[in-house]
Design a protein around this ligand. Structure first.
Ligand code: HEC
Length: 144
């Protein structure tokens, strides 16, 4: 009986370690989140608004306010655990380098199909507010 219990507890602990390892491991940051056909055009798309303190501040207000971003992406940009696809860690310098503003805008306009990332631009925020919040997301790269 006791040995069986130990085996069960051991398996459970291994399971827990396995689960946390998988969710802490951002295996797929190199995987684009936009349709492959649009990738090149989106990577060439620049943020039409130059970064400024006012725009970053507006982005911060949206992130913590009406955009509801903070509920899933967390106050520090690292993301909260969600069922299915957990948000990426915005403080990961590699992710910041790989992901372009144009790709982020596509996700804000369309959501990320198959995940909990909802449509934001056109629904709860405007295009310009979307670009501002992208400027704010860029500030997480200096958060380490
Ligand atoms: C209900 C939860 C939820 C809310 C609210 C939410 N997101 Fe997301 N977001 C996610 C999830 C989950 C992903 C991961 C999807 C993926 O990797 O395809 C994601 C992905 C993203 C991405 C793409 C990441 C990448 O790797 O390209 C961006 C950019 C983003 N969110 C920005 C925002 C912004 C800005 C807001 C607020 C205006 C917001 N999100 C609100 C859950 C949410």
């Amino acid at each position: 009986m006791r040995i069986i219990h130990l085996i069960i507890i051991g398996a459970f602990v291994l399971h827990l370690i396995g689960v946390s390892w998988v969710s802490a491991f951002h295996l797929d940051i190199y995987e684009p989140r936009v349709p492959p056909k649009l990738l090149e055009a989106l990577q060439d798309m620049d943020n039409p608004y130059p970064p400024s303190l006012e725009r970053i501040e507006s982005g911060r207000e949206i992130y913590f306010g009406k955009g509801l971003c903070v509920t899933c992406h967390n106050h520090n940009g690292k993301g909260v655990k969600l069922p299915g696809h957990t948000p990426r860690d915005f403080t990961d310098p590699k992710w910041q380098e790989i992901r372009t503003d144009g790709e982020m805008m596509w996700v804000l306009r369309n959501g990320s199909p198959g995940t909990q990332m909802p449509v934001r631009v056109g629904k709860v925020i405007s295009e310009e507010e979307g670009w501002n919040v992208i400027h704010f997301i860029r500030t997480f790269s200096q958060a380490d």
